[in-house]
Design a binder for this molecule. Sequence first.
Ligand code: IMP
Ligand code: MG
Length: 181
Amino acid sequence: MKDTHRPLAENGRLRRIVYSADDIRHRVAELGREIGEAYGAEDDVLVLGMLKGSFIFIADLVREIPIPIHVDFLVAGSYGNRMTSSGEVRLFYNPRTTIAGRNVILVEDIIDSGNTLLRVLPVLLQGNPASLEICTLLHKRLTRLPKDARWVGFEAPEEFLVGYGLDFGEDFRHLPYIGAM
Ligand code: IMP
Ligand code: MG
């Protein structure tokens, strides 16, 4: 609600607000409803969130999914302190999470170069899930993936975005809105 005042607190490091906290809230509620409609209540659904960037999105999204689900996390990283992907994706995967026979929804903050998904998808598919879908809050549409996102929050502009979990060198993750640098 105080979106218009927050940028002052970021010391002018953001050029503009791209999605307000309200925009995000409404869209996340829609996504949760759509995901709930795609599965039956008896389906074994596992929401796998990609840390760290999607931590706020996951927390908000799962509360909008009106069917029983389980939640777990993966950690992958590639950016460091830069605004372009290094192409080198480190994947720290928790092998104790059972994927086999489950309906997995991989939750991403943003699809940019697609390198992270190219690295992670084969690993997940090796675990023999009953189904695998991708839900991303933001999609820059810069790349074609062998398997694209079924649920996309927003078609993102070709800018470096921060806030609502997205960082630049670990700054800005905590902002309730998404801004462009
Ligand atoms: P990709 O591997 O290039 O598709 O990017 C995947 C990851 O890079 C995302 O999950 C983000 O953590 C990070 N990333 C990509 N674009 C942005 C951006 O505009 N702002 C902040 N992080 C980004
Ligand atoms: Mg990330």
